[in-house]
Design a protein around this ligand. Structure first.
Ligand code: C2O
Ligand code: CU
Length: 570
């Protein structure tokens, strides 16, 4: 096992990922952030040096952080933000998990401002790779204006609509038509800058799709290639399952294997935002809803190069890459989707090896979520009656530990509610010891919401439209002998386990997880406008074992910065 060491300098900068220039945040001068590749069991060590003008944190989306809650990066929940000029050493073990993950800023809406990048955790059992290549494809929605300003608009009195993205990026690239944006500084992006993948006929390539965006859902397919086989969902290895198009909500990941079954040619890999997920809203004028990459068969490349040589021109080196790009002429087979649901609601993915869920839960919580206009006529996201606001100066974890250290449990446990929520609320769900917890999530809103739980993975036991029909209607036996899949009427023996799950508009999901990880874990909508408007809550797990957590002094020190410093960028 190795220690993977990084030092990341966070700065303010500018970038033109699709040609249109805008201010962004950079990691070591890069956007998107660097790929972290590691093996299961390794230690990841990232020193974050904040040289930007806003405070920041980094969250490792999907990484369990077992025993290292204070490394989870949730501002106001597990740590104070890293104020401008400060630094923080993230260091944790990545065990009992592998697959595709990502990291992103977790202060305010910084995920929209460039603080994102991929994490791939290899598993030694997977070492003999049956694939010709293995690569990451980041999908994200993209706005031309910085996130914090847009967020201020969202929270303004009377505003009910979320800002709709201007465009979509794939691996941080797209091509805007500059003449469509006369009011912005814009330079055309060359076709050669598009992501491309060279394949030889008959090969198999693993593509790890990660939706690192803040709001937009993507459907993904390759023109004239129907056989994308899903082999991984949010880090869970599944039996290879044909599935095209993929549908990916913010926060979700899918690995798909492309079988290159043509002889030659060039094809578009398309990731298109599902605009119906924006409810009634549309893309802005001249917005582009699709990001693309080029899949090129090398057979055709070689024949072209030969032609080239025959024509008497020089060798490949030094040629203008732009001239050599053959743009695919293929057309899209993507359907127009009108609903906004997880792929797993229509395709059944079988974890392999099996990861059977506990047959019964110790507790079951009924949670209603919606967007509401709050006291100040600001739009708020709501879990039951409470709307979440992180306390950046006194994070929940610190409060709980202080309370336990002083043998004052009510300070610790009741306190995190009062501290974190707008209204009095029971909505920090606490477990004293290791317990199995059910969440019945009832979405009272017309929007679909992708919910993400920090610190673990969740079994998805059922989902549907309308009101939750009750355990019995789902076929749960009195002794808890499994659940009936509402669509196929078959018993789910091996339910999918993942960390980001969608509750469709006016629909429900039944989720089960084991609260085995001591700490405070955020559970929130991964649509950034909603989570920042308060659509979140916390699970406080294994209180009895929290006393053993040793939060380093360095983590407490971050909180000494003046509150106005900590609030920058929130
Ligand atoms: Cu990916 Cu709380 O976030
Ligand atoms: Cu939402």
């Amino acid at each position: 096992n190795q220690v993977r060491e990084y030092e990341w300098i966070i700065t303010d900068g500018e970038a033109s990922p699709d040609g249109v220039r805008r201010p962004i945040m950079l990691i070591n001068n890069q956007f998107p952030g660097p790929l972290i590749e590691m093996n299961e069991g390794d230690v990841l060590s990232v020193k974050l040096v904040n040289k930007a003008s806003n405070a920041t944190t980094m969250h490792w989306h999907g990484i369990f952080q077992n025993g290292t809650n204070w490394m989870d990066g949730a501002a106001g929940v597990t740590q104070c933000p890293i104020a401008p000029g400060q630094s923080y050493q993230y260091r944790f073990n990545v065990t009992s998990q592998s697959g595709t993950y990502f990291y992103h800023g977790h202060q305010g809406v910084q995920v929209l401002d460039g603080l994102v990048g991929p994490i791939v955790v290899h598993n030694h059992r997977e070492a003999a790779k049956p694939y010709s290549s293995d690569r990451v494809i980041l999908l994200q929605d993209w706005w031309y204006d910085p996130g914090s300003g847009l967020m201020r608009d969202v929270l303004s009195p009377g505003v009910e609509d979320a800002p709709i993205p201007n465009t979509a990026l794939m691996n941080g690239v797209n091509r805007a038509v500059c003449s469509d944006h006369p009011e912005r500084e814009c330079t055309e992006v060359k076709a050669a800058s598009l992501p491309h993948l060279d394949v030889a006929s008959g090969e198999r390539h693993r593509l790890r799709f990660i939706n690192v965006g803040g709001f937009g859902w993507f459907q993904v397919a390759i023109d004239d290639h129907d056989d994308l086989q899903v082999v991984e969902v949010d880090g869970t290895i599944v039996e290879p399952t044909l599935s095209s198009p993929l549908i990916i909500s913010p926060g979700q990941r899918y690995s798909a294997v492309l079988r290159a079954d043509h002889d030659d040619g060039a094809f578009w890999l398309r990731a298109r935002m599902i605009t119906s997920c924006f409810a009634e809203q549309r893309l802005p004028e001249n917005g582009i809803d699709e990001a693309r990459a080029i899949i090129r068969y090398t057979n055709s490349l070689h024949s072209r190069h030969e032609d080239h040589d025959d024509a008497g021109t020089k060798d490949d080196h030094g040629r203008d890459e732009n001239e050599d790009i053959i743009l695919p002429q293929t057309t899209s087979g993507l359907p127009f989707l009108t609903s906004c649901r997880d792929l797993s609601s229509t395709t059944s993915f079988q974890p392999s090896p099996q990861q059977p869920a506990p047959q019964v839960a110790d507790r079951s919580w009924y949670l209603r979520v919606n967007l509401a206009i709050g006291d100040w006529r600001l739009q708020r996201g709501v879990f039951n009656s409470s709307s979440f606001r992180p306390n950046l100066k006194y994070p929940s974890l610190h409060r709980v530990l202080d309370g336990l250290a002083n043998n004052n449990e009510s300070f610790a446990i009741d306190g995190v509610n009062k501290l974190a929520f707008d209204s009095e609320s029971e909505l920090t769900i606490s477990n004293r010891k290791l317990e199995t917890v059910d969440i019945i999530l009832q979405n009272m809103d017309e929007n679909s919401h992708p919910f993400h739980l920090h610190g673990t993975k969740i079994w998805v036991l059922g989902a549907g439209h309308g009101y939750f029909p009750g355990y019995e209607a789902l076929g749960l036996q009195p002794e808890g002998k499994g659940l009936l899949d509402p669509v196929n009427k078959t018993v789910i023996r091996n339910p999918l386990r993942r960390d980001t799950i969608t509750a469709e508009g006016f629909g429900w999901v039944l989720l089960r997880f084991i609260a085995d990880n001591p700490g405070v874990w955020l559970f929130h909508c991964h649509a950034i406008w909603h989570s920042e408007a308060g659509m979140g809550m916390q699970f406080l797990s294994r209180i009895d074992d929290l006393r053993d957590l040793k939060v380093p002094e360095e983590a407490r020190k971050l909180c000494e910065a003046p509150e106005e410093e900590l609030r920058k960028g929130a």
